[in-house]
Design a binder for this molecule. Structure first.
Ligand code: PMP
Length: 457
């Protein structure tokens, strides 16, 4: 039996003995020891030593309404009391899944009105893959099977989501990419754009899609899938020309366009969905994280009428999970959407704290010798660590700059994430200007420490 007075050393020993972590090198972790997080409130978390950390990643880009929201606790508790579980298989439903589906249809862009539930971003992606192939088969075009994703795209870590994503280290782990997945490059002007203007580069990057479709044959391509802003790939904000061109190409060749909104959804970019920020009109959209602010696992896929009507007329939908539309998760998500609406969090990100964070980061970048680029929109951002600002030469894995900076930040009470050689931020949407000032001051001092360690200050 675990005791409430377990010490950090006790937790670490037990953790090492029995628990395999996600996206972690156990050898490195066990030198340092696991960080055990025990409680949270607002934008802060506390570890088992009592240290207070400003969580500038909102967990894994997900705690949009902040920690410690009593309304969400109560919504989950009350639902468990009345009906802790029922499912949507075999013509059943619960009021919560019906209400949540209609609420999601309200907040998604017009036309995305039919909702499929799942439990994680990865499962939402797998759902898209199955629904899209089903759609094309029902349309009498069964050869349209191939999905096109992007390098540094992240869509989850099931076998199918890994195959769709463009993370080389994930592909390398089990050497088991499924057939039917192809990739084009990612639209990061700073590292890929060379002498082109960002706008010209955006068009060039989008036209890789056209070349790939023509190479594969449009009759074989089912869909293109992209995150409006690539999150785990490094907060890659594409040039303004990129998404309109991607959309034009998808329409021209009748390739479905899927927006993976798992990070961008629910206010992160200053609109309800990243698609709205970038003027994308997707045929399907995935969402997870911010749907429940991470309080309980739940995800969803929204489909437009063309896709949904075909599927709804196509006979048995042989897909679904035990917990699709779980009533407790739905009850929490309904309340979570209520909070986002009542507190005007989307507008707050767009008009107030989003621009404030971005402008404070620009100042930091100007002052720091090792930050070459600030990229971001709303409350997601990354600082690119560079060897040379003038030539845009970025730091390499050998410099180890981002890991150093992340560790300095943590020692100083700030959780930021190292993505490649960039520092990523994605705080709760409830963060105040005062808390942003604290974030900036802590990050600034971590950057100074890093610059000193690299001999650049
Ligand atoms: N898509 C995107 C864009 C994501 O960022 C993530 C998770 N970070 C996923 C899908 C997978 O979500 P999950 O980890 O819930 O399976």
């Amino acid at each position: 039996m675990l005791k409430a007075d377990m010490s950090t050393a006790d937790w670490r020993a037990l953790d090492q003995a029995h628990h395999v972590h996600s996206f972690t090198d156990p050898r490195a972790m066990n030198v340092k020891g696991t960080r055990v997080i025990t409680r949270a409130d607002g934008v802060y978390v506390w570890d088992s030593d009592g240290a207070k950390l400003l969580d500038a990643m909102a967990g894994l880009w997900c705690v949009n309404v902040g920690y410690g929201r009593k309304e969400l606790v109560e919504a989950g508790r009350a639902q468990m009391e009345v009906l802790p579980y029922y499912n949507n298989h075999f013509q059943s439903a619960t009021p919560q899944m019906i209400e949540l589906a209609s609420l999601i249809a309200e907040v998604t862009p017009p036309g995305l009105d039919q909702i499929v539930f799942a439990n994680s971003g990865s499962e939402a992606i797998d759902t898209v893959l199955r629904m899209v192939r089903h759609f094309w088969r029902l349309q009498g075009r069964p050869s349209k099977q191939i999905f096109i994703g992007r390098s540094l795209g992240y869509h989850g870590s099931t076998l199918a989501a890994t195959s769709l994503g463009g993370m080389a280290h994930m592909h390398g782990m089990d050497n088991a990419l499924l057939p039917g997945f192809e990739h084009i490059g990612h639209p990061h002007w700073y590292t890929q754009g060379g002498d082109l203007t960002p706008e010209a580069f955006g068009l060039e990057a989008a036209r890789e899609l056209e070349a790939k479709i023509l190479e594969l044959g449009p009759e074989n391509v089912a869909a293109f899938i992209g995150e409006p802003v690539q999150g785990a790939g490094g907060v890659i904000v594409p040039p303004s020309t990129y998404w309109p061109e991607i959309q034009r190409i998808c329409r021209l060749y009748d390739v479905l366009l899927v927006a993976d909104e798992v990070i961008c959804g629910f206010g992160r970019t200053g609109s309800w969905f990243g698609s709205q920020t970038f003027g994308i009109e997707p045929d399907l959209m995935t969402m997870a994280k911010g749907l429940s602010s991470g309080y309980v696992p739940i995800s969803a896929v929204a489909m437009n009428a063309r896709v949904a009507d075909t599927i709804n007329q196509g006979g048995l939908i042989a897909h679904g999970y035990t917990y699709s539309g779980h009533p407790v998760a739905c009850a929490v998500a309904i309340e979570n959407i209520g909070i986002i609406r009542r507190e005007g969090l989307v507008e707050r990100v767009r008009e107030d704290v989003g621009p404030y964070l971005q402008s404070r980061l620009q100042q930091l970048a100007e002052e720091s010798p090792i930050v070459g680029e600030v990229r971001g929109v709303g409350l997601m951002a990354a600082l690119q660590l560079v060897r040379d600002k003038a030539t845009r030469e970025v730091c390499t894995a050998e410099d180890n700059a981002a890991i150093l900076c992340r560790d300095y930040a943590a020692d100083n009470g700030l959780i930021a994430r190292a993505l490649g050689q960039a520092m990523a931020l994605s705080p709760p949407l409830t963060i105040t200007r005062g808390e942003i000032d604290e974030l900036i001051s802590k990050l600034g001092s971590a950057l100074d420490h890093t610059a000193r360690a690299l001999g650049r200050l």
